[in-house]
Design a protein around this ligand. Structure first.
Ligand code: MRU
Length: 357
């Protein structure tokens, strides 16, 4: 394994993003010089995946601070408030976006209450954005370790969408982190990647990044998983999440719920891997999670090729919610949480023990 995919980076010129819309056929980096550019990058899916969106938003706030001209801290507060609103309006489901913006707000308030100058606060914000990025990579490393221990040697794991390095701060990923963790522990693991219509994150991104790390991957269309599970071809399902409610209901890419129902039908463990920044204790159940609806052309077209008749009615829900009773375990950087999740997730938030190396 190369373990070297990092989709978002901070540089002197701005935020660098690997343009995920072009993968796997082109590897092109964009330089985003303003917070508005970062917001567009998130909205237009240059970067996607809940933790990667959070890291990008934190850098977006740092960029807004960097380009502020002036010496009055209250004026900077106003500018950051506006930038945060623009960034928050990009994608509604991934809670990491709001989590990162809130944390940056708290960092600003800490600087202001300590009487720091505008330039000192700018540095504080950049340092915290970088810390959010580093902590995310470290969380994925621990998820890989804990989750890898759950997978069996010589097993085949099915995953949906892309919950890999590309979808996070980088290196491991969440669901793909669990798979990388098992491989790192010396286990032979093969992956079945759902193509994940309509945006094809599985075909374009998961297949690409697993091949980069020499992990065997077989691509299937979304409607093949039941047939393969019935034949005994899947030993575990591992997915990521965009937002987990306090009771363990899991929002993830559209189609995840169908996979969970199938896994349950066939007695296959269904694991969810996500950092605690994806767990929203303010959502009591999955019913409280806002579900993004996206443009109709994602369904009627593949890239520029029209598939469906003009004017056909279209639904394009980007996410669905898997009820907690279908979830075998939730793997976070604090360990493996099992039902009842209201209790186990709360305990993980309370746990402050130092993470193992
Ligand atoms: O619409 P996307 O590509 O941003 O959706 C991504 C997913 O659904 C991922 O599974 C989720 O964000 C977890 S990423 C570690």
């Amino acid at each position: 394994m190369k373990l070297n995919i990092i989709p978002v980076k901070w540089a002197d010129e701005g935020v660098l993003m690997l343009d995920q819309r072009l993968l796997p056929t082109e590897e092109k980096w964009l330089t985003l010089r303003t917070y508005n550019d970062v917001a567009s990058g998130i909205k237009d899916m240059v970067v996607r995946g809940a933790p990667a969106i959070g890291v990008s938003a934190a850098y977006g706030v740092a960029l807004a601070a960097k380009s502020f001209v002036g010496t009055n801290v209250d004026d900077l507060a106003e500018e950051l408030e506006y930038a945060s609103e623009v960034l928050a309006k990009t994608r509604p489901t991934a809670v990491n976006l709001f989590w990162a913006i809130d944390r940056m707000k708290r960092t600003f308030e800490r600087g202001r209450s300590e009487g720091k100058s505008v330039s000192e606060i700018k540095q504080l914000l950049l340092d915290d954005a970088k810390a959010i990025h580093d902590e995310d990579i470290e969380a994925q490393r621990l998820i890989a370790k804990y989750g890898g221990e759950l997978l069996e040697n010589d097993s085949t794991v099915l995953t949906h969408c892309n919950a890999g390095a590309l979808a996070t701060g980088g290196v491991w990923g969440t669901a793909l982190g669990v798979i990388r963790g098992a491989v790192d522990q010396g286990k032979a693991v093969a992956v079945i990647a759902d193509e994940t219509r309509p945006y094809l994150q599985g075909a374009r991104l998961t297949a690409w990044e697993l091949m980069e790390d020499d992990i065997p991957v077989t691509l299937i269309t979304d409607n093949m998983s039941g047939h393969i599970m019935k034949k005994g071809g899947v030993q575990a399902v591992v997915v990521g999440s965009d937002r987990i409610a306090a009771n363990g209901d899991v929002a993830n890419k559209i189609g995840t719920y169908m996979v969970a129902v199938l896994a349950h039908r066939h007695g296959i463990p269904f694991y969810v891997a996500a950092p605690l920044s994806t767990v929203d204790m303010n959502c009591q159940t999955g019913d409280d999670i806002p579900i993004e609806e996206r443009d109709r052309t994602e369904v009627t077209h593949v890239k520029d090729n029209q598939l469906a008749p003009d004017g056909v009615g279209v639904s394009n829900y980007a996410f669905d919610v898997t009820p907690n009773e279908l979830v075998t375990a939730i793997i976070t950087e604090k360990g493996v949480a099992r039902a009842p999740y209201t209790e186990s997730l709360r305990k993980q938030f309370e746990q402050t023990t130092k993470a193992p190396a």
